[in-house]
Design a binder for this molecule. Sequence first.
Ligand SMILES: Nc1ncnc2c1ncn2[C@@H]1O[C@H](COP(=O)(O)OP(=O)(O)OP(=O)(O)O)[C@@H](O)[C@H]1O
Ligand SMILES: [Mg+2]
Length: 356
Amino acid sequence: MTSKSKKRAVATEVDQVVTCDDEASIASFANDDDESFFQDIDVLQSHGINIVDLKKLKSAGICTIKGIMMCTKKRLCNIKGLSEQKVEKIKEACCKLDTGGFLTALQFSDKRKNIFRITTGSQDLDKLLGGGMESMAITEAFGEFRTGKTQLSHTLCVTAQMPSQGFTGGKVIFIDTENTFRPDRLRSIAERFNLDQNAVLDNILYARAYTSEHQYELLDLIAAKCHEECGTFKLVIVDSIMALFRVDFSGRGELSERQQKLAQMLSRLQKISEEYNMVVFVTNQMTSDPGATMSFQADPKKPIGGNILAHASTTRLSLRKGRGENRIAKIYDSPDLPESEATFAISAGGITDSKE
Ligand SMILES: Nc1ncnc2c1ncn2[C@@H]1O[C@H](COP(=O)(O)OP(=O)(O)OP(=O)(O)O)[C@@H](O)[C@H]1O
Ligand SMILES: [Mg+2]
């Protein structure tokens, strides 16, 4: 037996657990009483919507009933070939399938039981995050250069594939805006966890985005891909979310347009995370705050993206350099985590606990 064949084969495990017609796996994400979770829009045919119009929706990345419910009529009308009348009819048909109204808090808490967490590779960092990176939410990590944002992204690409308590493991989509994605880094990380390296790489879909528009268009592909292989993808990474927006929009004159486009993109990401129960991890850069020196602020640097990004990210993690390979993470904003800190380290095998 070669050393390679002794390794755990991630891909086959993943493929077995999550094929589209494997009802058990779908049930693990979707509640029985929430049948619309992955419900294909094709069911609308029996409600009088014709297949050509359904195709138009799909080409715009809207593939599930939930996906339609998450879109405004205005956005649907903007899809080529869909008139206001047709949109009205589609919305009406969806309402019959998904009331989209109130749940009791108890029902909602049942729904949240589908949420899973992906380990970061460091137990201390996981603890800080309440057990790892949470699905159905956007987690943002920001910090100066060399603080480990890209290293954390790479580590998550691998750990997302490892089954753990209550989590089956799954595939990953990586959007790279800075050309810093390195498959060889993934190999060393896979080796640390004793995983089959090629299988790990084979489970990651990679796209290099060159403009902010391209970055946005890729989200349609993500939605289509997630729908095609429903339940297979567990993690979407955008490293980094702001880099291209910074280039494409310059100066104060274009700021409001930039923020508007950014808001659309983040709202799309947020919906994808909820619609397909996925972890969305984005990295962000920092800028010096010119007003800060005047106000004697302790930390004159702040994440870019303004209020739009601040409100879209569910959990914001601030990273800074510690001694040597150590890095310090701090919860900057979260709906349910206290503002505390954890130290982790960057190693050849990715993010790990600090030895200090
Ligand atoms: N194979 C490796 N083994 C150990 N440490 C590594 C390895 N590769 C990179 N590093 C460390 O990771 C750090 C770089 O981290 P990373 O690329 O994640 O930064 P970043 O926060 O993404 O920065 P930027 O803002 O420039 O994108 C460097 O300090 C480098 O020494
Ligand atoms: Mg980076």
